[in-house]
Design a protein around this ligand. Sequence first.
Ligand SMILES: Nc1ncnc2c1ncn2[C@@H]1O[C@H](COP(=O)(O)OP(=O)(O)OP(=O)(O)O)[C@@H](O)[C@H]1O
Length: 245
Amino acid sequence: MITETDLAVNRRTAPDDGTAAVRVEQLSRIYAAGEQRVAALDNVDAAFARGTFTAVMGPSGSGKSTLLQTAAGLDRPTSGRVWVGDKELSRLSEAKLTRLRRSEIGFVFQNFNLVGALTVEENIMLPLRLSGVPVDRRWLDEVVERVGVRERLHHRPAELSGGQQQRVAIARALAMRPTVVFADEPTGALDSHTAADVLGLLRSIVDEQGQTIIMVTHDQTAASYADRVLVLADGRIMSDTGVRR
Ligand SMILES: Nc1ncnc2c1ncn2[C@@H]1O[C@H](COP(=O)(O)OP(=O)(O)OP(=O)(O)O)[C@@H](O)[C@H]1O
C-alpha cells in the first residue's frame, strides 16, 4: 500500500548529507525539434539514498526515461548536475565517465540492448569482461537461476522471446554488483510470475547487499516492491511518497 509519509512533496532542494548514491540538482533536459522545445526534465532535484529502492512513475512522456538516462550518465543534461556517490558527472572526462558507468552502474534498458552476436552467457559476462573484474561464479549462478535463463545460456538474443531477453538484460546489469541499478520498465515484458521473481531479486539486492535501485514502472504491483515512489509529470516531480512495506 502506498501512503504519504514525511518525505517532502515537490522537494525543491536535494539533501546533501553524503549518503546519497545518486543525486540530481536542478536537472533539465531540453530537446529541440525545429521551432519546438520539449523540456523532458524541468529543474528536477532528487536524492536517492544508498540501499534504497525507488520506483519512478508517471504518464507516458513525463520524463522518466530521460531522468534515468541523465542520472546514469548515458545522456548529458542541458543544465543541472548529477552526482553518483561523490563524483559529479559533468566534471568527468568521457573516459572516466565510461569507467564509472562500468564499475558503479547497471542499466536495464527498455529495449534490452543485448549484443546480437554474443550468446546469452557472453552478454551477461560482458560488463565483467569490459572492466576486467574477476567473475564471481556463485553470484553469477544465482543471478542466472533467479532470472531463469539457465537453459538459454548458449543461445543468441534473437532466439529468445522478449521476456527472456529482458531477463538476460537484468542478469547483465546485476552481474557486476553495481552500486546503483537503473532499470527502465524491467518487468514490462514479463509474465506476472517471472515479474514477481525478478522484483524479488531486485528487492533482495537492496536488502541484502545495500545496492540502490531506481526503477521506472507503470505497474503499481512492481512499485509496491520499492521503498519510495516518485511521480513525474511534464518533466517535474509531482509527488514523492514512501511505500509502507
Ligand atoms: N531524443 C529525443 N528527441 C526529442 N524529444 C525527445 C527525445 N527523447 C525524449 N523526448 C521527449 O521528451 C519527453 C520525455 O520523454 P521520456 O522518454 O523521458 O518519457 P517517459 O516518461 O519515459 O515516457 P514512456 O513512459 O512513454 O517511456 C517526451 O515528450 C518525449 O517525446
